[in-house]
Design a protein around this ligand. Sequence first.
Ligand SMILES: C[S@@+](CC[C@H](N)C(=O)[O-])C[C@H]1O[C@@H](n2cnc3c(N)ncnc32)[C@H](O)[C@@H]1O
Length: 288
Amino acid sequence: MNASESPNPPYFDVLLDRIASGDREAVTAFGRHVHWGLWDSPAAADGSAADYLQAAERMCQRICDAAKIQPPARIADVGCGFGGTIASLNERYQSLAMTGINIDPRQLQRAEEQVVPAADNQIQWTCADAASLPLDDAAFDAVLAVECIFHFDRPRFFAEASRILRPGGVLSLSDFVPQPQMADFMTGGAGAMSEAIRWTYGDVDMSCSLDGYEQLAAENGMRLLACEDVTEQTLPTYDFLCEGAQRWHDRHHAELFLQATGWLRKASRKKLIRYLILSFEKLGDRSC
Ligand SMILES: C[S@@+](CC[C@H](N)C(=O)[O-])C[C@H]1O[C@@H](n2cnc3c(N)ncnc32)[C@H](O)[C@@H]1O
């Protein structure tokens, strides 16, 4: 099977190998969260794995805060990776019933090993595709999708998120969102970069503009609540990732990673692609 046929992003194969081999930098930086970091002062980023972990935790908390969680609450974290978002909520709140969903059972196994529910919290891990969630209608107060929606069938995920949210519930996510003039280009898979991107990040769709999101929300009985552009605060991520890849033994994959990540860095610096935290409210009769 080649990388583009597997539902598991290729960067997770690399990461799981690095973790299994005891690579301390990989465990520190990505053993909990596998997403971009957020630095309130990007100039203060020091390039260390510990600094990266703190920045990733900050990003996670910012996305969770956009979901306006008020315990007791039921939360679905779709594309939960190693369970870092649920771990963070578990540490910050009580009386949460949380479900982590991921398509890759290897990641769920690590999540289950890493995250121990705090006294008053419940956690379930479920292997499923974001496009078809084995979860009840109107059963959740919040749905989270931290930096993973570009892997999903976006329209089907939106329909599923809307279905499982109660009226007034919130979907909070982060995504790489192209400016309107870039959206068509991204639909074509980012032109010459498409091969490097596919081999590094797998099947990704970064073609949904902010207008596209508002339309998806309207089509699924939701409305955009808030949009925060944190592109500038994510930029130290690229230096950290590219520095790390310089040390990979597999030079072929390191080169592809550097091409794909370097391309995204350039597009982000120019704000052609923005890193947005978006939240949406499920409309409907809250008294039901
Ligand atoms: C960049 S990682 C983010 C992981 C996690 N949200 C975090 O922030 O640490 C993207 C995640 O999406 C998951 N994923 C990809 N396609 C999926 C799908 N169709 N359904 C569910 N999860 C999926 C991947 O396995 C991976 O865990």
